[in-house]
Design a protein. Sequence first.
Length: 145
Amino acid sequence: NALKTMRARPELQGRFLAKGGWDYELIDAMKPQPGDLVIPKTRYSGFFNSTLDSSLRARGIRSLVFTGIATNVCVESTLRDAFHLEYFALMLEDATHELGGPAIQQGTVYNVETFFGWVSTVDAFCQALMPATAAAPADTEAATA
């Protein structure tokens, strides 16, 4: 883990996953847009020692959708903290990736579904957001009558 690495190799302090470094930057497709809220995270949980909770509460946000890498580390840590802070947490299983193999992903999915929130897929989530008229296929026979 990062803490063990920093203790074993102090020369990496400030250079490994450090703000301004290549490994800290977001890819172009994820770059913040005007009006986006950006909250830096310093530990596995996005809630730890950050303004995430107060920023969400100030905006009346109570439901959170989780995606990301390290399903069993960062995603699960943040999701568990969200649960303890009484947010409604939904993890999109196919928009996360574990560190350690498929059994690890299955373990996190089990934990989330059983104890901390809900699990869905990107397609099911997007489908649920569509208006009922857009989600239903058009009846071509009725349209031509």
